[in-house]
Design a protein. Structure first.
Length: 379
């Protein structure tokens, strides 16, 4: 089949690579560049971790995806995955970790339930104030984000895929007309993988199903080198207690990364400046002092503003356009799709080839107009 994919973020990129591998002829269109600065797949790094509440499917997908990330690493000869471990910290509510712990054990994903005392001894960098339970995933860690997208593009082109730098105009009002071609050539099938831009491109269909939230990410520097905050001494981490922050320790390439995962304000993709806000800077510094009291004199060395494309239940959209079975919509990454790019690409390949049905978890008709937006952490 001749397939056109619009958007070379992690979802479009992996779908293109997997569809090509399955024997299709694939054209990949991207307005800017894979992993460009305003895309949701841009920036330096992304966490890859196993705990996913009661969502067994995501945990299976993480396992498969990690294998795939490592497989392309060996093809490329570049490191994309850094197994620095991942520490989970829970407050009173521990169910998200407890259920996943049992499932991850079942599928042989390395995970330990460690006592607070042991956590304190192993990772004295963290203050465990307000923490009631910790889980540790020794083989999890982080992936290179922008670099990952760029290198998969390289593999895709080497394997015979066609990459075209072009912004494709999508006229939503003509989609009901089966003769309307989004791409001006004889594609049999189109995959719309436009990330946060899906909301405005498909305003009638998705306008009220997606919320594009503004996310600030900070990199801190130390006033003097201190190896205890490096990846060699401490893991990546997620704090799911009262406040929901996550981070990655010092790496060779950047500072001590920290971000607030809450999704409170919206961003205008075209109109807004991407500068951190004083209120959030104070909040992150306050959190830094609270959770890492021995991190002396923290100063922000860099900040980024990115966006999540949130759905109401934190699950993705991977479904056919209601009027067009030759158009697949993939998006709604909800702040957690990067790691799962390979599984999304495989699922897309099965759907396009008729080897799988739309999963109700990702379907368009699961949405109810009265639903409120919530993250995959359901908080
Ligand atoms: C700050 C931040 C931290 C995150 N942390 C994690 C994490 O730790 N772990 C994790 O797994 N996930 C994480 N995520 C989520 C993950 O990165 C996203 O869910 C994922 O990257 C979304 O990818 P995408 O391909 O849907 O969108 P995008 O990466 O935005 O790609 C869409 C692409 O489509 C292109 N496009 C749009 N319209 C057109 C058009 N008309 N013509 C041509 N091209 C077009 C755009 O230019 C863009 O490049 C994070 C996201 C952010 C922002």
């Amino acid at each position: 089949m001749k397939i056109s994919i619009i958007g070379a973020g992690v979802m479009g990129m992996w779908s293109a690579y997997k569809l090509l591998d399955a024997g299709h002829q694939v054209n990949l269109y991207e307005a800017y560049y894979p992993g460009h600065t305003r895309s949701s797949s841009g920036g330096e790094s992304r966490l890859i971790r196993g705990i996913y509440g009661k969502d067994d499917l995501y945990m299976d997908w993480v396992q498969y995806s990690l294998e795939q990330w490592q497989k392309i690493e060996s093809k490329l000869g570049n490191q994309l995955f850094y197994p620095v471990g991942c520490l989970w910290m829970f407050g009173n509510e521990t169910a998200y970790g407890d259920y996943a712990f049992d499932y991850l054990k079942k599928i042989d994903w390395p995970i330990d339930s460690i006592s607070l005392n042991e956590t304190r001894n192993r990772f004295p960098q963290f203050s465990l104030k307000g923490i009631h339970k910790t889980y540790y995933e020794p083989n999890s860690g982080y992936l290179m984000a922008r670099l990952g997208c760029q290198l998969i593009k390289k593999l895709f082109v080497q394997a015979g895929g066609t990459y075209i730098q072009e912004q494709i105009p999508v006229d939503e009002n003509r989609l009901e007309d089966f003769n309307y071609k989004i791409i001006d050539h004889d594609s049999d099938f189109v995959v719309l993988a436009c990330g946060p831009w899906l909301k405005s491109l498909l305003k009638n269909l998705l306008g009220n199903k997606l919320m594009i939230s503004r996310q600030e990410i900070y990199y801190f520097s130390l006033s003097a080198p201190n190896p205890s905050f490096n990846t060699s001494s401490m893991p990546a981490w997620i704090d799911l207690s009262e406040r929901n922050y996550y981070g990655i320790p010092f790496t060779d390439q950047r500072g001590f990364k920290m971000a607030d995962d809450s999704r409170l304000s919206e961003i205008d993709l075209e109109e807004d400046d991407r500068l951190p806000t004083p209120k959030k800077i104070e909040a992150i510094k306050d959190y830094m002092r609270f959770r890492f009291p021995t991190f002396m004199h923290p100063k922000i060395s860099e900040a980024r503003v990115c966006q999540y494309t949130n759905t109401t239940d934190g699950n993705f959209i991977i479904d056919f356009h209601p009027q067009r079975k030759d158009i697949l919509i993939i998006g709604g990454g909800s702040g957690h799709a990067f790691k799962l790019g390979p599984s999304i690409g495989s699922h897309v390949t099965q759907l396009v080839s008729g080897q799988a049905n739309v999963n109700p978890m990702f379907s368009l008709d699961r949405f109810n107009d009265s639903d409120k937006f919530q993250s995959q952490f359901k908080r």
